[in-house]
Design a protein around this ligand. Structure first.
Ligand code: HEM
Ligand SMILES: [Ca+2]
Length: 564
């Protein structure tokens, strides 16, 4: 508070943020407890996160666990990064190296892959400081934090309008019932026949399997809109659109809490953080004190655990479930070709792959396709996603691993061994590797420390990430006035409608929009045992007749104290 009194007699932020104060509030975390520079994120990545010769498969879960994680992540957070003139990326290894916008990653001399000494990295955009009051640097979220289908519909009225046809509540589509086209500079194109996909989230073209998630929900929206329009001929475009959007958002919440999270967590964690939906009827959980904003520790580290589940390739599985084509992931970034090829059949084959093939274990290992070759461009430049995650944590000033241990009521490590007082949730071998790169346990970055923990039995993560993720998913549920299970007259579903939403599974959504000869009921788990392949006809369906002759009442919004 003493430092902040500087603001009393200054007028410009640049004056307020004098050199010593700036060091405290604005600079990245860059030194360890001994005052020496923290190890290079690329070095940490090489020692802790390099994958072995063979990818370690998840014996229980399909690629869908990874793919839903990314699609969901894009519904809840997008952190803007500082950009130069006309939106061009800063070259932080070249002429901009010493600018305050830059925080390039040093590459150690004897790196096994990179030949240069620098990986480009621009800092996340800071929240504009208010007047003359220089607060701690904070970052922004440019999408809606609520799980509300914003990746399908956009996060602003302008984005939404651009995605709608304006007729019969429908979303725009492109050839072969794919998402509509966007400008050609939004992705990399193989030929003039290909086009960049447009969706509610700008990252839709990152990998083909993500394009599949987006395409699926555009199709499902239009399928439902057509049924609702036929059931209610008196509804106009706006009514059909909003009623359909309400159903799609509820489906995304329902699939997240009844299929995705139970794949990531065991039953204890689901119960501890109140993450279970009830099988039928209302479950009003809204708590006006809970804020559904996305925490920095979640966006920058914990929810990036899914990066270790990304497979080495993107694949297509054909109708017979025998034939599979595999394309190394480094050749698919920002390139929607696989989705669009063969008159959109590529899309369906990717969906079949994601829903049926084993995913990768959510361990500390990240594959070369994104640990060395992320966003490989035609000039041969690429990134290391593990190093970028660690650097982003430092850029945001995220407290190190031990801090979060204490925050979560878990013991902090005083030594690198794995006996009590040390890294009790790590394997002894991993403790040794951490000691090799870090000078002190207090220096361990949250991403690395959390990702390298042993799993809680039945979970895809260890105790520290389970705590950060559990609290965040609880906040998305209890902090959402429009949570699909809430009973608020006038804005929610009727009980009969809610019970239809509660029949929804991802397998149903896939069956409704692709020709799947067979599918397992839970597509987050591999088809085996009780979850064996069945006919699409055997998958429960949502009965939309519950929306027939249904008239939206004028919303009677509940009034809560803090809304005064
Ligand atoms: C093919 C798959 C994926 C690729 C290529 C990818 C790539 C990336 C990249 C390049 C970033 C930005 C890094 C930075 O500059 O800080 C990022 C951010 C992120 N990723 Fe992924 N990712 C993938 C899948 C996933 C999955 C499966 C999850 C979670 C289950 C996930 C969670 C996140 C989160 C939470 C962020 C932070 C978003 C933000 O704050 O803007 N990603 N990812
Ligand atoms: Ca959202």
């Amino acid at each position: 508070s003493k430092a902040l009194s500087v603001t009393d007699h200054c007028h410009l932020t640049s004056v307020c943020v004098g050199s010593s104060l700036r060091l405290v509030i604005d600079t990245p975390r860059s030194r360890g407890v001994y005052g020496t520079p923290l190890p290079s994120p690329r070095l940490i990545s090489n020692v802790i996160h390099a994958a072995g010769k063979k990818a370690i498969l998840d014996s229980e879960h399909t690629v869908m666990e990874m793919q839903w994680g990314q699609f969901l992540d894009h519904d809840i957070v997008q952190t803007p990064v500082l950009k130069g003139k006309m939106g061009a990326a800063f070259d932080c290894c070249g002429e901009f190296k010493n600018r305050s916008e830059c925080f390039p990653i040093p590459i150690p001399k004897d790196d096994p892959f990179f030949k240069t000494d620098c990986m480009n990295f621009a800092r996340s955009a800071p929240v504009p400081t208010q007047g003359c009051n220089p607060g701690y640097r904070e970052q922004m979220n440019q999408v809606t934090s609520y799980i509300d289908g914003s990746a399908v519909y956009g996060s602003s009225p302008e984005e939404q309008t651009a995605l709608r046809t304006g007729e019969q509540g429908l979303l725009k589509t492109g050839p072969n019932n794919l998402p509509p086209p966007n400008d050609a500079d939004k992705c990399m194109l193989n030929s003039t026949e290909d086009y960049c996909l447009r969706a509610g989230d700008s990252r839709v073209n990152v990998v083909p399997s993500l394009g599949m998630s987006h395409s699926t929900f555009v199709r499902e929206h239009n399928r439902i809109a057509r049924v609702l329009g036929a059931l209610n001929p008196h509804w106009d475009d706006e009514t059909i659109f909003q009623e359909t959007r309400k159903i799609i958002a509820a489906m995304i919440q329902h699939i997240t809490y009844t299929e995705y999270l139970p794949a990531v967590f065991n039953d204890d964690v689901m119960t501890k953080y109140n993450l279970k939906s009830t099988p039928k009827g209302f479950n009003t959980v809204y708590n006006p004190k809970r804020k559904a904003t996305t925490a920095n520790s979640f966006a920058v580290a914990a929810f990036r655990f899914g990066h270790s589940q990304i497979p080495r390739y993107q694949a297509r599985v054909s109708h017979d479930y025998q034939h599979m084509t595999k394309t190394p992931i480094e050749f698919t970034y920002h390139n929607p070709h696989m989705v669009e090829e063969d008159n959109g059949l590529g899309l369906e084959d990717i969906a079949r792959w994601v829903a049926s093939d084993n995913g990768l274990e959510a361990d500390r290992f990240m594959e070369d396709g994104y640990r060395n070759l992320l966003f490989l461009d035609r000039q041969g430049n690429s990134f290391d996603l593990a190093a970028v995650n660690i650097q982003r944590g430092r850029d945001h000033g995220i407290a190190p691993y031990n801090h979060w241990r204490t925050y979560c009521g878990l013991p902090a490590a005083k030594t690198f061994d794995t006996k009590p007082g040390g890294l009790v949730d790590h394997d002894p071998d991993v403790g040794k590797l951490l000691k090799q790169v870090y000078s002190h346990p207090d220096d361990i970055d949250l991403f690395t420390g959390g990702l390298s923990e042993n799993f809680i039995p039945g979970c895809s993560v260890g105790p520290t990430f389970a705590c950060i993720l559990g609290k965040q998913f609880r906040a998305y549920k209890e902090g959402d006035r429009f949570w699909y299970e809430n009973r608020f007259t006038g804005i929610g579903f009727t009980e009969a409608q809610l019970n239809e939403i509660k029949k929804v599974r991802m397998s149903m959504v896939l069956c409704n929009n692709y020709k799947f000869e067979k599918i397992q009921t839970n597509v987050f788990e591999v088809p085996q045992g009780k979850n064996k392949f069945v006919d699409c006809a055997d998958i429960p369906q949502i009965d939309l007749s519950k929306w027939e002759a249904y008239r939206r009442k004028r919303p009677a919004y509940p009034v809560f104290k803090h809304h005064k």
